[in-house]
Each structure stands twice: as C-alpha cells, then as structure tokens.
Design a protein around this ligand. Structure first.
Ligand code: HOZ
Length: 433
C-alpha cells in the first residue's frame, strides 16, 4: 500500500495547521504513522487520497451510525442547503428536533441545541453551577468531556493518547474546583461527597466510558452516583455524546435504567454535521436564558443543515430499529477478534456494549483508567498498522472506541476478522523480536 499523497499533504498541512491536523488524536502519532488524508467515503468504506480503500471503524468518531453518505441524510442536507444554510432566526426544524429528542431520551423534557459536544458539557456544567449555587464538579479519571477548562483534568481521548498531564492555559483556580476520581470506584465518590458534597454542583460521567478505550460501568455504579447526587443536592450529568442514540434509542440511560438530571449529546444527533445538545428536567432547563438567568448562546445553534442531517439520522433509528442488528454485528466482530487473539497467543481484554467496543492489549481486567493504561500501546500501534495494510481503519489510538455502523456488512466483518487473524499473528512475531 502506498501513502505518498497523504504524506505530502501532511507535510504541507504542518506548515499551516498546528501538527497538521485539526484535532490532536487524528495525527496518528500514537500509532507511529502520519495521518491518512481522506478523499471520499460511502457506507462502511473510506478512500484516501492515494486511492486506498478501507473498512472504517472510526465513523468520524461516532456520528455516522448509518454509515458514510447515507442517501437519506445526504438528500436532507441537500434540500436544506438549497433553502439557505443559516438564518439566526428560529425554524420549525428546531422544534421537530427538540420534540424528537424529548421523545427518544427518557430523562429529557427540554433541550437546547449547541454546536459541539464540548459546548454541551460546558453549558451543562454552567447550568448545574447556576442552579445549585455551588462551584465544584466531580468527574472521573480517563473520562473525556471535550476541551472545557474545568473538565480537562485527568482526561481521556487525545490527552490520554498523547500522554499530556493537563493543559497549560487552564487557570489553577479553575482546575482546583474539579475533583477527578477513579471510574467505577463508588466508595471513593462516597468519600468525596461525604467530605464536600455541599460544595459539589454536579457529578459528570460518561455512563459508558468511551475515551479511555471502552470501559463499562460496574453493576450499581451509575445507580450509586444517582443516589449520592440526590442525597447531596448535586446534579447528575450524563455525557452521552458517544452513547446517546447509539446504545439504544434512548442511549445509556435507557440501557442501564438510571436517569440523570442533565444529559449532554453530540455526534449522532448531528448526523455527521457539527452539533451538540444538552437537556434535562424542565425546571432545570428553564433556568437557561431567556426564560432564566443562566446565559449561553450561539450564532449557528440549531442551524437548518445540522438539524436536517440529525433529524434524518434519528428518523431512521426510530423507524428502522437498527440497534438489535448493530448489537449482533458488533458481538460477532468481538467474538471473531477474541478468537483471532487467542489463536495468535496475544493477550487482549475486550470490552463491548452495543455497537462500541475496544480491544486492550493487556492481561488485566480493564475497569478504570489505571487498568486501561496497563495496555501495551506499542502492541496496539503494531496492530493498527498491520490492520491498515490489510484495508481496515481502526482508531489511531488505544484509548478510543471502535464503532460499528448499519453500513457494515457481514462481508466487512468477516474480512475484518480475517485481517485481524494475520495482523495479530504479526503482532506476536514483533513482540518476540
Ligand atoms: N474527541 C474525539 C475522540 N473521542 C476526537 C475527535 C477527532 O479527533 O476528530
């Protein structure tokens, strides 16, 4: 496989874009590669600028649950674009979107659209602080809630991938109000809440952590957080930017049966366009301006292109009930990967729920950031490269998820498992060197 054009474009991009990329984890640094530059995509496939085609398990990091360039989504965007891309004046599309979200997500009674997951979490935290009159926020090590100052503490995703301890530019006074605890450690949360619960505005959590690889909540963890928040008068915020609409129509809260006060959404809700949203109980959301006093705004919020792409995607999810099919395809892939790892004699700990999952190169049980970090990231890098050579594109980082879309066919899955068998065999050889 040749990557001459991608490499040239990357070199040129480095002259005018920091690190050559518009989001750090894309750089490929963690897997010893320079990034691919993509020319086009359709269904489960992406094609790079050198003309190489890959089965894609990144799916733009989650939004494309229907696959690339889904005809219904493309048509919706085309139609909307022909009528003007943004007015900064309300549209019926926004009302339809709000109704759809309220109908699908069990705990949401009112919702506000923004333009990214980061905006959603930033606004939800501000609202929680406004409502409670408190300053502190509890989060979990390895969870990633976008690049919000107060939430970029012991964070997952690119921060974990690149081994960045935190970020310069975040004032000490801001970071001081964030308490980060081990994921799945309810005892530690209880201790913190007992000690300072009266100062905590919110506990924010990814109900399934999907930015340190994929780490599932232990039985009782989410329900325990719910209980502690209620007991101490803090708000529970679920960051469902990745899990929302993906694990089920109503996201992780539907699957695990635990209702947060506020939910942050992104990715799928925009159908591949830049969107985020946050919503929750009516009395809490009504505190947002202009009905309330907590301020947040956005020129492009709720714009017709994003609303159309999102609505078209959610409509398919509702009407075609594809979650069961996604579940069984993902289970098939995970089983094939596990068998491939066994056959190659490579120690892999697999996690999966619905259509997201992760293969950690470790013999430990992964249940938090510390155990996720026990993964052999050099082995993952070798696996990534070997899979790429065999036409399969995985996340260029151990600390991200794989995403299955409705466009992944049985043939795609079988080819991926075949590729994994020989790629893992090669990883084993490299380990022995
Ligand atoms: N935050 C995304 C991964 N969880 C990365 C987005 C990107 O690099 O495009």
């Amino acid at each position: 496989m040749v990557w001459d054009v991608s490499r040239r474009l990357y070199e040129e991009a480095c002259q005018v874009i920091p690190g050559g990329v518009n989001s750090p984890v894309r750089s490929g640094r963690a897997v010893g590669m320079t990034p691919l530059f993509i020319r086009e995509a359709r269904g489960s496939r992406i094609v790079d600028e050198d003309g190489n085609e890959y089965i894609d398990y990144v799916a733009s990091w989650g939004p494309l649950i229907l696959g690339h360039a889904h005809p219904g989504v493309v048509e919706a965007v085309r139609t909307a674009a022909g009528k003007g891309t943004s007015y900064g004046i309300p549209t019926e599309l926004e009302l339809r979107m709000a109704r759809m979200v309220v109908e699908m997500v069990p705990s949401i009674e009112m919702v506000r659209m923004v333009n990214s997951g980061t905006e959603a979490t930033m606004s939800a935290v501000r609202l929680a602080r406004g409502v409670t009159g408190r300053g502190k926020v509890v989060k979990f090590n390895g969870c990633y809630h976008g690049h919000v100052d107060s939430l970029l503490v012991k964070s997952g995703s690119g921060v974990a991938t690149l081994g960045i301890p935190g970020s310069p530019g975040i004032p000490h006074e801001v970071a001081r109000d964030t308490v980060s605890i081990r994921y799945n450690d309810l005892g530690a949360v209880r201790e913190v809440m007992d000690a300072m619960g009266g100062e905590v505005a919110a506990i924010i959590v990814e109900p399934v952590a999907a930015n340190m690889g994929v780490v599932l909540p232990r039985e009782g963890f989410l329900a325990g957080l719910r209980e502690l928040c209620t007991q101490h008068g803090a708000l529970l915020i679920f960051d469902e930017v990745i899990t929302g609409f993906r694990l089920a129509e109503g996201g992780a809260q539907q699957v695990y049966g635990v209702m947060p006060d506020l939910t942050c959404l992104g990715k799928i809700i925009g159908g591949g366009l830049p969107v985020g949203a946050y919503g929750g109980k009516r009395e809490i959301m009504a505190r947002m301006a202009p009905s309330g006093d907590v301020y947040q705004a956005g020129t492009l919020s709720g714009n017709p292109l994003a609303m159309s792409a999102g609505l078209a995607t959610l409509q398919v999810l509702k009407e075609e009930g594809i979650h069961e099919q996604l579940e069984s395809r993902a289970a098939y892939l995970a089983m094939g990967m596990a068998q491939a790892a066994d056959a190659a004699g490579v120690k892999v700990f697999q996690t999966r729920v619905g259509s997201i999952g992760c293969a950690f190169f470790t013999d430990r049980v992964v249940q938090d950031f510390e155990t996720a970090q026990s993964s052999d990231t050099r082995a993952y890098a070798a696996f990534f490269q070997e899979m790429l050579k065999r036409g399969v594109y995985l996340a260029p980082s151990q600390f991200e998820a794989f995403f299955i879309s409705a466009a992944h066919s049985q043939d795609d899955l079988d080819r991926t498992i075949e590729a994994a068998k020989s790629a893992l065999g090669r990883v084993k050889q490299l380990e022995a060197m």
